[in-house]
Design a protein around this ligand. Structure first.
Ligand code: VG1
Ligand code: CO
Length: 546
């Protein structure tokens, strides 16, 4: 054995290291249980092909536990014959920037330390995401193999105590492993400069065009300051909460109307700003706001699709688009008019990877504030912000007008997601299983003034590799094209979270100016009656309404 390598035995392997929708997420306390983090890293290092002699990109969103995890990964990588680790100053690396670095450096894999939009700190959550050589989230075949490995581990290998100094760029050697610390922002900015018209956006922002970007004390602060206030000339202070903190300042770094309400209030109830945006903990989500206008994420994907040729990186048009199943069909209508394919995938970015790699799509998105393109293999919060700014700089119309014109051309998909967070696991599964059992008998029944045309559990056959993924959400498709979907979250760490997705289409000739909660009112009442949501969860109203 190489000197410096310790072999640590485990009395019992951990049985609960199953990655969810996006990586392994548990409480910080659980990750501090002796050997817990090390066990999962060992399972990764044993399972991912090409680790010995390979390159790993490692970094995170700066939450509590980030630096300790980088040390552990470096020491374990040294003990497994990894040739090189690329990490970043302060260990700060957004998920999209990590995806880019993996691709730029032709790394074997990446390990991203983040529980994304979940709160952080000693009492919050921690997470580990694994990405493959294409820069995207590991497919289920790989995460299943990592999980299987973790359940049988009897020990792990780690280099004796070393600390990786992360305060400035530099190099260090741990045995045969080279650890490179680079600036985690530089390469990402270079990539953005290739895609967007910085001069045009800068013209807009240097004029009378106040914007507010909320980094939620999470990873995008340093990126947004360099991009928006530095290169693009937005006034100092345009980036709010721009310093990453280990506990995100006690907040919940989830850019939606509930958890980013300070920003939402500024835009929706005031006239001081023309454009507002926020990103989540690890920088892959985005929320877009205009003056007195909220852009729902499904609509955002449709607007980007319809306006893509205004942006230099997409001026030649799109090969196709994709959206996750619960995302509204707003992008489908645009794709149809453009004559390009539109794919419907299960929830989670990993399902876009094959379509992107095969060149079948250029843009993709999810209703959960995720949008992205073939520039990397993750959703990308600041990319979406720049895309919107580029459109605004070209069209010189308010966000609300862009939305109104979009709906008057393509019709409007009234859409909302209701989340019931941290409910008792038994109650959630009871409710879900009951609806699933009822499904076959629901076809033909009345529902919210319509009738149920199809009731099923969504399954997906990947058009590129033929793999089948089932059990992806209970759908009620109604005879007028409306639909309601129920899903249980795969990212929460407390109890269960029930998500109810509601959608109803109104053509250009219909009433395009309704409040979504009212437009969807009959569906909301009907699903509560059918699924007994209030009675079974004991909650009067959802925790979060988008
Ligand atoms: C949620 C979203 C999903 C997203 C996933 C990861 O998953 O619904 O669309 O891909 O989070 O996003 P779930 O299983 O809780 O519904 V992130 O920004 O947390 O990596
Ligand atoms: Co995220």
């Amino acid at each position: 054995m190489t000197s410096g390598v310790l072999q640590i035995s485990l009395d019992q392997p951990f049985q609960d290291q199953k990655p969810g929708t996006s990586g392994l997420r548990k409480s910080s306390r659980q990750f501090e249980t002796p050997h817990y983090l090390e066990s999962f890293i060992e399972a990764i290092l044993r399972t991912v092909p090409g680790i010995a002699g390979g390159t790993l990109v490692v970094g995170g969103d700066g939450r509590y536990g980030n630096r300790r995890a980088i040390d552990v990964i470096a020491r374990m990588a040294a003990a497994h014959g990894v040739a090189r680790i690329i990490t970043t100053t302060g260990g700060i690396l957004s998920t999209p920037a990590a995806s880019n670095l993996i691709r730029q450096h032709q790394a074997t894999a990446g390990i991203i330390l983040s529980a994304s939009h979940n709160p952080g700190g000693p009492d919050g959550d921690f997470g580990v995401k694994v990405n493959g050589a294409n820069g995207g989230p590991a497919p289920e075949s790989l995460t299943d193999a990592i999980y299987a490995c973790s359940k049988q581990l009897n020990g792990y290998r780690i280099w004796d105590a070393v600390t990786v100094p992360l305060d400035q760029p530099g190099q260090q050697q741990i045995g045969a492993l080279q650890v490179q610390v680079i600036d985690g922002v530089d390469d990402y900015i270079t990539l953005m400069q290739k895609l967007f018209d910085f001069d045009r956006i800068s013209d807009l922002l240097r004029g009378d065009y106040p914007i507010a970007f909320d980094a939620m004390h999470a990873v995008t602060g340093p990126y947004a300051k360099r991009l928006l206030e530095g290169l693009l000339g937005a006034p100092a202070g345009s980036v709010r909460n721009g310093t990453p903190l280990e506990d995100f300042g006690g907040g919940h770094p989830d850019p939606n109307l509930t958890y980013a309400h300070e920003l939402a209030d500024l835009l929706l109830h005031g006239d001081g700003f023309r454009f507002g945006a926020a990103c989540d903990g690890d920088g892959d989500r985005n929320m877009i706001l205009g003056q007195r206008c909220f852009v729902n994420p499904s609509d955002s994907l449709a607007v980007l699709t319809a306006n893509a040729t205004l942006v230099p990186g997409y001026s030649e048009g799109l090969a196709g688009v994709a959206r996750s199943m619960p995302t509204s069909a707003a992008a489908d209508v645009v794709a149809q008019q453009l004559g390009i394919p539109c794919f419907e995938t299960p929830t989670g970015w990993k399902f876009f990877g094959n379509l992107l790699d095969a060149g079948r799509i250029t843009l993709c998105g999810e209703e959960s504030f995720g949008t992205g393109s073939n520039h990397i293999r993750e959703k990308d919060g600041l990319w979406a912000v720049l895309f919107w700014l580029n459109i605004l700089a070209s069209r010189r119309e308010p966000v609300s007008q862009i939305m109104a014109e979009h709906w008057s051309r393509y019709g409007r998909h009234y859409y909302s997601r209701h989340d019931y967070e941290a409910i008792a696991s038994d109650a959630a599964h009871g409710l879900y299983d009951r609806v699933k059992t009822m499904q076959p008998a629901l076809v033909g029944q009345a529902f919210g003034g319509r009738s149920i045309a199809t009731a099923d559990d969504f399954a997906y056959t990947d058009p590129v590799d033929g793999s089948l993924t089932s059990g992806q959400g209970l759908r009620l498709l109604l005879d007028d094209g409306s639909r309601v979907v129920l899903r249980l979250s795969g990212t929460g760490t407390q109890g269960a979270t029930l998500r109810v997705y509601l959608e109803s289409y109104v053509p250009p000739s219909g009433n395009l100016a309704q409040d979504p909660q009212q437009a969807l009112g009959a569906l909301i009442t009907a699903i509560d009656g059918l699924a007994e949501i209030k009675a079974r969860t004991g909650m009067d109203r959802p925790t979060v309404i988008t």
